[in-house]
Design a protein around this ligand. Structure first.
Ligand SMILES: C[S@@+](CC[C@H](N)C(=O)[O-])C[C@H]1O[C@@H](n2cnc3c(N)ncnc32)[C@H](O)[C@@H]1O
Length: 204
C-alpha cells in the first residue's frame, strides 16, 4: 500500500503525470468496493493509469491481493474519501470516471449523505478533460431519479442516451461488481453514461 498510495496532502496538488508517467489517460473509480471492476478494467487497459478510492479496508486489501496476483502495475489507491482526491487532482486530468453502485442511503432523511450532489459534480467537472466520460450505476429507484436530476441540472454533463435499453442494458465494456451481483436494490441495475462538455470549466 505505501508504494501504491496516492499522495494526498492538504493544499498540495497531486502530480498526476508523475503517478503514471507512461499512461495515455487517467481513469478514476470512486468507491470500488472489492475492486473487481477496477482490477478488471486495469488488466484490460494496461496503457491507462487508474486511481481507485475506497475507505472500506477489506475492499482495499482485496484489491491489493488482485494487484499482486494479476501483476497489475497501473493502479494507485486512496484508502479514504474520494472527495479528497478530487480536490487535490489538477485541472482537466481525467478521461474517465466510474461511480458504480454508490451507497444508496435509501431513507429520505439520509439522501443528503449520498455522494452524488451538485457540489460533488461541480468539483468533479474541474478535473475532467473535455470529452471525458462518466458512468454512474445504481439499483435503487430513488437514487436513479436523484442521479438524473443532479446530472441533468449541470449543463457540463451530457447524457449519452438514445433509447431505454441504453440505461437498462449493461454497457458492453462493463464488468459486474460484487455489490451489483447481490441484487439488493429495488430495481434492476441502471447505467447512465455521460460525456463531459467543456471539462475543467467552472459552473456558469
Ligand atoms: C454499495 S458499495 C459498492 C461497491 C462497488 N462499487 C460495487 O459495486 O461492488 C459503495 C462503496 O462506496 C464506498 N464509499 C462510500 N463513501 C465513499 C467516499 N466518500 N469515497 C469513496 N468511496 C466511498 C463504500 O465504502 C462502499 O464500498
Amino acid at each position: 500500500m505505501p508504494r501504491l498510495k496516492v499522495p494526498v496532502v492538504d493544499d498540495v496538488e497531486i502530480a498526476s503525470d508523475a503517478l503514471f508517467p507512461e499512461a495515455s489517460e487517467i481513469w478514476l473509480e470512486i468507491g470500488f468496493g472489492g475492486g473487481e471492476h477496477l482490477a478488471g478494467q486495469a488488466a484490460r487497459h494496461p496503457d491507462v493509469g487508474f486511481i481507485g478510492c475506497e475507505p472500506f479496508i477489506d475492499g482495499v486489501a482485496k484489491l491489493l491481493t488482485a494487484i499482486e496476483e494479476d501483476g497489475l502495475s497501473n493502479i494507485r489507491l486512496h484508502d479514504s474519501d474520494a472527495r479528497e482526491v478530487i480536490a487535490a487532482l489538477p485541472y482537466a486530468c481525467l478521461s474517465r470516471v466510474f461511480i458504480l453502485f454508490p451507497d444508496p442511503w435509501p431513507k429520505a432523511r439520509h439522501h443528503k449523505r449520498r455522494i452524488l450532489q451538485p457540489e460533488f459534480l461541480d468539483a468533479l467537472a474541474r478535473i475532467l478533460k473535455s470529452g471525458a466520460r462518466v458512468r454512474f450505476a445504481t439499483d435503487v429507484r430513488s437514487y436513479a431519479d436523484h442521479a438524473l436530476e443532479v446530472f441533468l441540472a449541470d449543463p457540463r454533463y451530457d447524457w449519452q442516451v438514445g433509447r431505454a435499453d441504453d440505461w437498462r442494458t449493461p454497457p458492453s465494456d462493463h464488468l459486474t461488481t460484487r455489490y451489483e451481483s447481490k441484487r439488493l436494490g429495488d430495481i434492476a441495475p441502471v447505467w447512465f453514461d455521460f460525456s463531459v462538455k467543456g471539462g475543467g470549466q467552472a459552473a456558469s
